[in-house]
Design a protein around this ligand. Structure first.
Ligand SMILES: [Zn+2]
Length: 457
């Protein structure tokens, strides 16, 4: 089969169908009748009816998800995408749910994340079907409905439907993402020791999202010293930015940092740890000073050393740690942090070490959210097949990649992320004027059809 020529032939149909789907504003809504609201229900029904009309087997799993399928045999190859989108937000050049094509690009909320790629995978299946190809395994396009929020739809779906033996998600980027680090959001809460010194820290506050390096943190300090002068000197000496204000014998000390995503904390500057570093340089009361030092040292580096969890592997690189939030008063100190651990790490040991660290400091440790790592070996036949098709179509010699973020592939027992963004594609997901290059989607259709062919022939 000439997959290149075939993908071209289906361009018009792809655009017609994806535009129909993009017109449905499938943002989550509270609703008594539909689990994720009427618009998401409508998007799921629309996609399933497209599949049905084209002669595929379709199934709606109680409004929580569904699938479109063809092929034979017991084994299922899954393609996992989602039909829900994030809210449109402001600032669009043209209305977000009124899809338009400008300069070879398709603009609409969901064009990239994830309706455009889902439809590319669908058209790839349709090409195979209309060529009379008879897959020896079932090819199942699984449609998620709650990816942007809590993944409840896909949890429900897999409680009721077979887990594919292997699968890919077209909800990230090419070439192949074969490993994703483990993700952990946790809190440690410590009692704050008495502070009898002449210089006292009254409170420290900063950060609200654990997955971002915080760019601002504030402390209130009580002191007879000229904290204004001390802080300004400190800022100059350490090439930092911040501000300080005096009011009623207290000082409001504000540290600025550089916000970046928590998957690469070493590229940012953490305002909370910088502020703690400054505070421990003040002449505080003995036990209290020790306490601030301990908290600072736990997060001084972003490799988890201070938390006793530092490690790395060749597949996915080093563990990263980000102190994402602090809320401290004169009684308690609550620290929120995000860890991304390598695929070969033993999560049980990480959990144990964090619990011990908390206990050793009379504190408590609590897991807020945990996503285990996923990993298919680079030389797994599935990974090799996808990669070789990608390289053939793009004429590249790319290798499989790993990442610290989370893709929908984690919902699969054995899965990878595969497209549909290319190296040079603009990443516009969740932004105003979200769009995809139509040429990219055509290339994705070619890659998906040939991959599904190779995987099931
Ligand atoms: Zn997505």
């Amino acid at each position: 089969m000439d997959f290149h020529a075939l993908s071209k032939k289906y361009e018009k149909e792809y655009l017609e169908k994806v535009i129909e789907l993009l017109k449905i504003p499938s943002v989550f809504e509270e609703d008594r009748k539909y689990p994720y609201g009427k618009p998401i229900h409508d998007a799921l029904e629309k996609m399933l009816s497209i599949g049905k009309e084209d002669g595929f087997i379709t199934k709606n799993v109680d409004g929580h998800g569904g699938h479109i399928e063809f092929g034979y045999g017991d084994e299922v190859i899954g393609v996992l995408g989602h039909l829900d989108v994030v809210p449109a937000g402001a600032g669009w050049t043209t209305p977000p749910f009124d899809p338009v094509i400008r300069d070879g690009k398709l603009y609409a909320r969901g064009a990239q994340d994830d309706k455009g790629p889902v439809m590319a995978a669908y058209i790839a299946m349709k090409i195979l079907k209309e060529q009379g190809f008879q897959p020896k395994k079932k090819i199942r396009l699984i449609l998620g409905t709650d990816e942007e929020r809590d993944w409840k739809g896909i949890d429900y779906y897999f409680k009721n439907e077979t887990m594919p033996s292997l699968g890919f998600t077209p909800d990230a980027s090419f070439p192949v993402i074969h490993a994703e680090k483990g993700l952990l959001d946790s809190y440690m809460t410590y009692p704050v020791p008495e502070n009898d010194g002449e210089t006292k820290v009254i409170s420290v506050k900063g950060g609200d999202r654990l997955n971002m390096v915080p760019d601002e943190a504030v402390a209130w300090v009580e002191s007879h010293l000229n904290v204004e002068e001390i802080f300004n000197d400190y800022l100059a000496q350490h090439k930092l930015e911040g501000s300080v204000k005096a009011a009623d014998g207290r000082f409001e000390v504000k540290m600025k940092g550089k916000a970046v995503h928590a998957s690469k904390p070493q590229e940012g500057r953490n305002a909370i740890t910088e502020l703690l570093r400054f505070l421990q340089s003040l002449p505080l009361d003995g036990e209290y000073e020790l306490f601030i030092q301990k908290v600072y040292q736990a997060f001084e580096t972003t490799d988890g050393k201070g938390l006793n969890v530092k490690q790395m592997d060749d597949v996915s690189g080093p563990l990263t740690s980000n102190l994402g939030s602090i809320a401290m008063d004169e009684h308690t100190c609550k620290l929120g942090f995000n860890l991304r651990y390598p695929v070969s790490a033993d999560y049980g040991v990480i959990d144990q070490n964090l619990k011990e660290l908390a206990a050793n400091n009379k504190g408590t440790y609590e897991v807020y959210d945990h996503l285990a790592s996923i990993h298919l070996e680079k030389d797994h036949p599935f990974v090799k097949t996808l990669l070789s098709v990608y390289n053939k179509v793009t004429d590249e010699e790319a290798a499989a990649k790993t990442m610290g973020g989370a893709t929908y592939a984690r919902a699969l027992e054995a899965g990878v992320a595969f497209g549909a963004l290319f190296e040079d594609s603009p990443d516009t997901a969740h932004q105003k004027d979200e769009h995809v290059r139509i040429s990219d989607m055509m290339k994705a259709i070619q890659i998906y059809s040939e991959s599904l062919y190779e995987l099931t022939r």
